[in-house]
Design a protein around this ligand. Structure first.
Ligand code: SF4
Length: 337
């Protein structure tokens, strides 16, 4: 059924986006550029977005870079091509801006793995602990945390905490275990995980490495320990991108979401980037949440300024405190400008 804008707006909660027909002859790239100028909007996109969205974005980055850009944005509208917790983070950091997300249902399996009520109970069981939470969590979990971190700054954040201070790390158990190993801490880990980074097949990667003996395996720390154990380099999405540009190898097996391969190939057209194979019959490791955003939904959300991220002010302020702490520590460590 073809809906009009009034009907589409009424259905936005249920659908997650404005379900309107878009003229196939429309040049969406030009239209999005026009809307950016007309509405004084900035388009921020995560590396895991589809290539078309990356190509039309004003800034492409991982969670840390995007949070920093969102905080500094002086446009009237921040259009966030990413998942819900990221757009929520933009609103936490820059509340006077209108924050738009093309599809409200673009969630995150990792954020969903830490619901607020059981996490509060978990925290009560560990009364002397401070909570460091990975940015991939809801505003409610941020509000229950002392410091937020990203995969790019987690080590520095943990090192900033006195060694005798017990820590709860949430929500990613794989990243937490990796960080325990790296920092020599014994953080208590919340049992959450990302569905995309847990899907890689050690067996298939091992076989792939045999077929490509000169290829280096580069992996995101959200991957499981056996994959990390055979990786040549482990880092956040931005760190993987930088490493592939400065390292001398010509071939890489990339164990993270496939969206980053677009930037890698653009930056280093002479190198070969092979997505690490997942543990199923599908040949891709796309994040189904990230890929809910499309160019059409992006265009519609910029056109009608919906769906918009709205947040309770008390929750926003509570969630902002540990984010500010992260920014302070990252700045002191020279990780951000
Ligand atoms: S890749 Fe994993 S952590 Fe990132 S948005 Fe998708 S489910 Fe969440």
């Amino acid at each position: 059924m073809i809906m009009n804008i009034e009907e589409a707006e009424k259905n936005i909660e249920q659908k997650g986006f404005l379900d309107l027909e878009v003229d196939v002859k429309l040049d969406l790239f030009a239209e999005i550029e026009r809307l950016k100028k007309e509405k004084n909007a900035i388009l921020l996109a995560h590396y895991y977005q589809e290539p078309d969205i990356q190509d039309v974005a004003d800034y492409i980055g991982d969670s840390l870079g995007l949070a920093q850009k969102a905080r500094q944005a002086d446009a009237d509208i921040i259009v966030f091509a990413g998942v819900h917790f990221m757009a929520e983070t933009a609103k936490i950091l820059n509340p006077s801006k209108k924050v738009l997300l093309p599809d409200l249902k673009a969630g995150c399996s990792l954020a969903d793995s830490a619901p607020a009520a059981p996490f509060r109970a978990f925290k009560e069981k560990h009364p002397n602990h401070i909570v460091i939470s990975y940015i991939n969590c809801t505003a409610e979990i941020k509000a229950l945390s002392d410091i937020i971190c990203t995969s790019g700054n987690a080590e520095k954040i943990i090192e900033s905490v006195p060694k005798d201070q017990p820590i709860i790390f949430a929500p990613d158990r794989n990243l937490g275990a990796y960080l325990n190993k790296k920092t020599g801490r014994n953080m208590v880990l919340w049992n959450g995980a990302c569905m995309v980074h847990e899907i890689f097949s050690l067996e298939k990667i091992t076989k792939l490495k045999m077929r490509h003996p000169n290829a280096k395996l580069i992996a995101h720390p959200e991957c499981e320990e056996p994959v990390l154990a055979i990786a040549d380099y482990i880092g956040s999405t931005t760190q993987l991108l930088k490493y592939s540009q400065t390292d001398t190898a010509m071939e890489y097996i990339v164990a993270t979401e496939t969206g980053i391969l677009h930037q890698m190939q653009q930056a280093m057209p002479g190198k070969t980037f092979i997505p690490a194979p997942p543990n199923n019959s599908c040949a891709c490791n796309d994040c189904p949440h990230m890929k809910l955003n499309t160019l059409e939904k992006l265009y519609l959300c910029m056109m009608y300024e919906k769906p918009e991220i709205l947040m309770d002010e008390e929750l926003r302020l509570a969630a902002k405190k540990p984010m500010d702490r992260m920014m302070e520590i990252s700045k002191a460590a020279g990780l951000i400008g």
